[in-house]
Design a protein around this ligand. Structure first.
Ligand SMILES: Cc1cc2nc3c(=O)[nH]c(=O)nc-3n(C[C@H](O)[C@H](O)[C@H](O)COP(=O)(O)OP(=O)(O)OC[C@H]3O[C@@H](n4cnc5c(N)ncnc54)[C@H](O)[C@@H]3O)c2cc1C
Length: 704
């Protein structure tokens, strides 16, 4: 802290009530931060933003033994449903958070109520097409121990809060702060807005503003690292001057959250689905059925400001629009919330700044069109990638360079998912385009009006022009045009049919990307035998996941029987062998002499690095009980070992562990604490295991 006085702040700019501090280049010269105060500050990590990403990061860090606190500018948690599709990989992460995945599975509506997307002229009118997005492998738990889920974001947030409370966290409002208590670790401070960030050699100080007794008060919170999980409009990103790159303003929408059990019941009985794309002469909208059983919905309506304003979407207006899209009135319709939002497809130019003391995660680092449900899922996986790296740094087994690998690994995934989301968004737009309602034309008309008459005509008149143009467009949807006997209608309906049958409309499931995303460089070791290569470009179509154990990939799943660890359940997934409660690597080998030698060398090297390694010995299912020996004696004096045996169905025809991994039994796999493969050798052990594993840990943990 003695250095504090020497720090030169070049400028301080005031903008929107937030202070921006800019630093001299000298201030952030390359230094190894692992010797500075990550673990020593009272608070190793401050998370800005209590959205799903901030909350999941706080759970993961706490489980790994890293103290953290969360601040959020809102005084209460949002009840607007927003995200609802949780992919396989996120569910695998949630499986390890004290039964979170199980609770989601039990609380979500049954899959038959949400497996389809339905295209129609109204919810009680004719159906233009139906697409079923679930295939048996999506819930048979063959490639993953978890299934995808459909569960509203605010419900997920409240289950995460429950976990945090069980871990000792408390939610505190600004009213509850007595002005003296400086201990923030283990707290979620609501109503606290981050307004300034000041980083120096030793720590980061966040200034948070809140209201107490009607007065705006500021308070400084010092921490070792600050994670900006403060959403798409991230203030942390703005304060640190990190730019977004990509496409802006793809679409503006109004989101209407409403309840109607009557509508829920009607759809359950007539046409259950998750998304309803409704096109008629009176309006266009996408209805998201968040929970048909509870009658909870969100309607997304295109929004064209400045001709339209939020006040045009009063609850009464929204009700009329909903009745029109439903096709009849609903006696119990209750509009809960109406809010505008803008769709972008952008990724931050960097995920780290202030010499790695400030890190961006979730929507703060990337914002996608919601097509395919990648936003929250990508953010949750950011947190999973980051948590163990922060813990390894704070606990002293890694150098600060490990944090660089967060950006090296996650940014390409964010860029990839942005492309995929754009492709999927365009696929969604192909349906209205086929109906003669090309949204790009509507957007061009809107831009044209803004550029031409926008500055001359009064807004009311501009609005009337826009409404008339859109009404003319929607006239294409009239029954007299859109029917098989009208040549134009016939042509459009045939085009629609071919889009649906060819799988060219909006897709929901991307197993190859959800489970098979790969880090090509970072805290992984690739060699000639398993060179990382390039990411396959997104196709916008569903591709199945093919398991493989090359570095950078997630460890394949297989059920195994635990033979030598009485604390574990009998049958677990290979993913369960990776600990969530400590930073621990997992070395998977066969019960072969040379593999045991590799394991001994790995354990010895790990000790030098102050890293934890557990050895998992996989016995083939063909082994009879007599042939299985405990591996402890073979590894003595080390005893960090678990023996497991492959579990196969009765038919026994499924592939063995090593063939699932595309390896031979002489191979070996080193798995990181986030279940991604750090290093693997397909069919042999290194000639000098100690030397080799020392190099491997140096690359992963950043030691010289
Ligand atoms: C209509 C729609 C549907 C979607 N559907 C899906 C889906 O099915 N699946 C999916 O994966 N994703 C989906 N998404 C995206 C998903 O909602 C976001 O990706 C997700 O909310 C991002 O989470 P986050 O924690 O990064 O940010 P947020 O959820 O935005 O949370 C950020 C938090 O930071 C707080 N904050 C902001 N500024 C400050 C500050 N200065 N100080 C303190 N706190 C601050 C905010 O109050 C907020 O609580 C959808 C999005 C939309 C709009």
């Amino acid at each position: 802290m003695a250095f504090l006085g020497l720090i030169k702040r070049v400028s301080r700019i005031s903008r929107n009530n937030s202070r921006v501090r800019v630093y001299s280049a000298r201030h952030f010269q390359s230094r190894d931060l692992s010797n500075s105060s990550f673990g020593d500050t009272k608070l190793p990590v401050l998370i800005v933003g209590a959205g799903p990403v901030g909350l999941v990061l706080s759970i993961l860090l706490t489980k790994l033994g890293v103290k953290c606190a969360v601040v959020d500018k809102s005084t209460s948690f949002s009840k607007h449903p927003q995200a609802h599709f949780i992919n396989n990989r996120s569910m695998e992460i949630f499986r390890k958070l004290d039964g979170l995945a199980g609770e989601i599975e039990r609380s979500q509506p049954p899959v038959d109520l949400w497996r389809k997307f339905i295209y129609c002229t109204s919810l009680s009118g004719s159906t233009l097409g139906t697409v079923d997005h679930m295939q048996p492998q999506d819930y048979e738990k063959v490639v993953s121990p978890a299934s995808v889920a459909h569960f509203s974001q605010y419900k997920l947030t409240s289950l995460m809060l429950k976990r945090l409370k069980d871990l000792g966290f408390s939610v505190q409002s600004s009213k509850e702060w007595d002005g003296l208590d400086s201990v923030v670790a283990g707290k979620i401070l609501m109503g606290h807005e981050c307004v300034a960030i000041d980083a120096d050699k030793e720590s980061v100080t966040a200034t948070v503003a809140f209201f107490k007794g009607g007065k705006r008060v500021e308070r400084n919170i010092q921490c070792g690292l600050l994670v900006g999980a403060d959403g798409a409009g991230s203030v942390v990103r703005r304060l640190t001057k990190v730019e977004m790159r990509g496409e802006r303003d793809l679409q503006k929408l109004i989101s209407v959250h409403f309840m109607s059990r009557e509508l829920g019941e009607y759809l359950i009985n007539n046409r259950p689905g998750m998304l309803f794309f409704i096109f008629n002469t009176g309006g266009i909208g996408v209805l998201v059925a968040h929970d048909l059983l509870q009658g909870e919905f969100v309607l997304q309506i295109p929004f064209y400001p400045p001709q339209q304003s939020l006040s045009d979407f009063s609850p009464e207006m929204c009700k009329m629009l909903i009745f029109n899209l439903v096709g009849h009135e609903l006696s119990d319709l209750d509009v809960a919330d109406i809010k505008p939002w803008v769709m972008h497809a952008e990724v931050a130019e960097k995920f780290m700044c202030c010499e790695n003391r400030v890190i961006l995660a979730g929507d703060a680092a990337h914002r996608f069109p919601p097509a395919g449900g990648f936003g929250m899922n990508t953010g949750i996986q950011d947190a999973h990638n980051l948590a163990w790296k922060i813990a390894a740094l704070v606990q002293g087994s890694a150098k600060s360079s490990i944090l660089n690998t967060y950006e090296t690994e996650r940014r390409p995934i964010a860029l990839f998912n942005t492309s995929l989301s754009i492709q999927n968004f365009r696929a969604a737009m192909s349906v209205p385009a086929a109906l003669g309602l090309d949204p790009t034309i509507a957007n061009s008309v809107h831009r044209f009006i803004n550029k031409t008459v926008g500055s001359i005509l009064p807004t009311g008149l501009q609005k009337a022009i826009l409404d008339n143009v859109f009404a003319l467009g929607r006239a294409q949807l009239s029954e007299s045009v859109l029917n098989e006997s009208n040549p134009l209608g016939h042509q459009r309906l045939s085009r629609l049919k071919s889009i649906f049958e060819g799988g060219k409309s909006l897709q929901l499931q991307f197993p190859a990307e959800d489970l098979g995303f790969r880090y090509l460089e970072g805290a992984i070791v690739t060699d000639n035998e398993s060179g990382a290569g390039d990411l396959e470009a997104p196709s916008g179509r569903r591709r199945d996941y093919v398991p493989c154990a090359e570095p950078g990939l997630r460890l394949p799943h297989m059920y195994v029987k635990v033979l030598s660890d009485s604390t574990r359940e009998d049958i677990v997934s290979t993913l369960d062998l990776v600990s969530v409660d400590k930073v621990e690597f997992l070395l998977i080998i066969s019960p072969l002499q040379e593999s045991y030698e590799l394991a001994r060398a790995t354990l010895k090297v790990a000790k030098e690095f102050k890293a934890n390694v557990k050895v998992c010995v996989i016995w083939p299912s063909s082994c009879n009980d007599g042939a299985v020996r405990e591996s402890k004696s073979a590894l003595a004096p080390w005893d960090y070992v678990v023996d497991v045996m492959e579990v196969k169905e009765q038919s026994g025809e499924e592939a063995s562990w090593w063939s699932i991994c595309k390896m031979s039994e002489r191979g070996s796999i080193l798995v990181r604490p986030d279940e991604h493969i750090a290093w693997s050798m397909k069919s042999s052990v290194p000639l000098d295991p100690t030397l080799h594993m020392r190099d491997v840990f140096t690359i992963i943990l950043g030691k010289q």
